[in-house]
Ligand binder design. Sequence first.
Ligand SMILES: Cc1cc2nc3c(=O)[nH]c(=O)nc-3n(C[C@H](O)[C@H](O)[C@H](O)COP(=O)(O)OP(=O)(O)OC[C@H]3O[C@@H](n4cnc5c(N)ncnc54)[C@H](O)[C@@H]3O)c2cc1C
Length: 377
Amino acid sequence: MSAEIQLIRKTVREFVDSAVLPQIKKMEAGEYPRDLVKKLGELGLLAPLVPAEYGGGSADTLTQVVIIEELARASPALATIAEIQGSMIAHNIYELGNKRQKEEILPKIAAGDYVAAFALSEPCCGSDAAAIETRAEKVGREWVLNGTKMWITSGLHADYYLVFARTGPREARHRAITSFLIPRSSCIEATPIEVMGMHGSGTAEVKFNNCRAGDDDVVGEVNGGWRVAMNGINLGRLNVGALGLGIAEESFIQAFKYAKKRVAFGRPISEFQIIQHYLAEMYIKAEAARSVVYTAAKMRDGGDPQFVLYAQAAKVLGSRAAVENSRLAVQIMGGFGYSKDAHVEMLYRDAKVTEIYEGTNEIILNTLFKFLDREVG
Ligand SMILES: Cc1cc2nc3c(=O)[nH]c(=O)nc-3n(C[C@H](O)[C@H](O)[C@H](O)COP(=O)(O)OP(=O)(O)OC[C@H]3O[C@@H](n4cnc5c(N)ncnc54)[C@H](O)[C@@H]3O)c2cc1C
């Protein structure tokens, strides 16, 4: 880790202590942390990969994963909001957006003035995203969008939606999908969805009812939306690995400290061998995740084409470490671990979705196998 990255880690920790931790209870009650999104933007932590001239942090991928890791230790919900807005949207627009989108909208998304949502999944199709049914029809010079998106993070509060719609026959699958960047307006109806964890992240069903868009609102090429989706998702999967690492690491630290203090049968529970083994296993899982997440980030920074393969591995390993370590942390902390006073109770609920969103782990294993078959087979 360079001195620069260590400094950024310290900055994020200070931000977490002073601004994020005091807001956890409010977020758990469902409040969306718009002020924290803005503050992350001001600190250059929201869209680290985007150049500063477009409102980002001009940093590298390793810096980005360290930011997500540190945010996730305190609030996986905030880390999710940040990584989607910063990587899957802002960085995507920077790489694939047009001049107007880059000059007028990107700086406000990257700086946290606007909240943005990535709207791909639908009631019909999450894993099979190439089968989406939301349509964009060309009527005169305008596109008219109709359809329903599901499970959209920040969907309840977004000022802008990066929405994916079908612009050709359904049989053409991913070759007939176009992405549009459209502002919130009265044609958009967002309804909250209550979920197990990630409270405060504004998860919503979002309906597009005859929403109008111009050619200028298309991101990338017409029928080239799949490229935009994958460009965001590959980076997003690495970020989910980092998020899982943060959860796994914090679960380990909290369980370790508790085990040293909690007394049962006249001695600290850390003196029972099974607790020692649980803690040792948790350490191994967190460090294995760290190793793959950081390696993948460095591969991307070095332009290594195998980055995509490692990003998938990082997602699976990080999410598993998150689920397993948070479960064990609750177990080690007994009844207290199961109470709302324990941070690990929230981490345990938040961890589960890291195995589901941005491609379920099953879908990622499918992708990984195809990749390996091509490269190794
Ligand atoms: C809290 C939360 C936030 C989210 N945020 C966003 C967001 O911001 N934007 C967005 O677009 N989406 C978002 N999602 C949606 C998420 O990406 C999808 O839920 C996910 O891709 C899975 O899709 P699905 O729910 O339709 O499950 P399904 O596709 O119905 O899958 C159900 C089960 O079948 C398995 N399965 C399906 N196909 C295969 C196969 N070929 N091989 C093996 N197993 C298979 C899956 O792995 C899973 O176990 C979010 C979801 C949640 C819960």
